[in-house]
Ligand binder design. Structure first.
Ligand SMILES: [Zn+2]
Length: 284
């Protein structure tokens, strides 16, 4: 197995796979009990007790996702929003299972199954927002979802026109496209053979078109594999399984190895304090 010891965070595929698993578990289920083990997890709530108070006895209606945010729609017009942060993951277990270290929140459903939020580094959060709170939150500033709502070539070209910022950090900017993070930006750029060091505005329309297709292709492939679990297993699926996209990564974490396309050694370059992996042989 590929060994990667890098700072990473769950991106769109990991959140989407989590959403799909949770959908079969908690849709139309009613909340019976809520415990918050660490106050930092509910820091986005105006009053810390709002989280438990609002969630109590609510029923899950549907689960959606925007970028890296999971939004569980409840009755009474409430939205249970989760961001997994750097190291968060959601577990679904029976209530007699022992709690793992770093379990920050436990939501028990009628019937005994529990949704647990495990987050060693506590950069993630959970919150229950009203429609008005949701509308004025950071979610309101997200760009279109990278999986379901990718901007058209024309919109993308329009956005990049005149930009001197590098394409890699532009892809990570969640107000441009929501959901792409460090791993999938590197993978997408390699797939469409565009260097991460190109200024955004220098991409021609056909390159933007290739990039768009590469983002979608990469995300769909990662979702099919259950996302990417790295060596530290910071990311696991709600059912405890690992995501298997790790072995499919073409450049990420593969510094010095031969490119699968041209054989050139993959390089690691730090761009805006994040490691970028790319191939100088075929990414121009
Ligand atoms: Zn190459």
């Amino acid at each position: 197995m590929l060994r990667i010891q890098l700072q990473r965070m769950p991106e769109l595929p990991e959140v989407e796979v989590t959403r799909r698993i949770l959908e079969s578990e908690i849709r139309e289920k009613q909340v019976a009990e809520v415990s918050v083990n660490h106050p930092r997890v509910v820091r986005r709530q105006k009053h810390p007790t709002d989280f438990s108070d609002r969630l109590q006895e609510r029923t899950v209606q549907s689960l959606r996702r925007h970028g890296k945010f999971l939004i569980i729609e409840l009755d009474a017009g409430l939205n249970w929003v989760t961001h997994l942060g750097m190291s968060g993951r959601i577990q679904m277990v029976d209530n007699d299972q022992p709690e793992e270290t770093h379990t920050r929140t436990v939501v028990r459903f009628v019937g005994g199954r529990e949704l647990r939020f495990v987050d060693p580094r506590t950069f993630g959060f959970m919150t229950v927002w009203t429609e008005a709170e949701l509308a004025s939150s950071t979610l309101n500033r997200l760009g279109p979802d990278a999986l379901t709502d990718l901007p058209s070539v024309r919109e993308f070209v329009g956005y990049l026109r005149g930009r001197t910022a590098l394409i890699k950090p532009l892809l990570l900017n969640q107000s441009v496209v929501a959901g792409v993070g460090n791993i999938y930006a590197d993978e997408s750029l390699h797939l469409c053979r565009v260097s991460p060091l190109r200024p955004g505005g220098s991409l021609a329309a056909d390159e933007v078109n290739r990039l768009r297709i590469a983002i979608r292709t990469t995300l769909i492939a990662a979702i099919q594999q259950g996302g990417t679990s790295l060596e530290d297993l910071a990311y696991l699926l709600p059912d405890g399984k690992t995501g298997d996209f790790l072995d499919r990564l073409r450049v990420y974490g593969r510094e010095g190895q031969g490119c699968c396309h041209c054989g050139f050694a993959i390089r690691r370059t730090v761009i805006r304090s994040r490691s970028s992996f790319w191939c100088p042989g075929c990414q121009a």
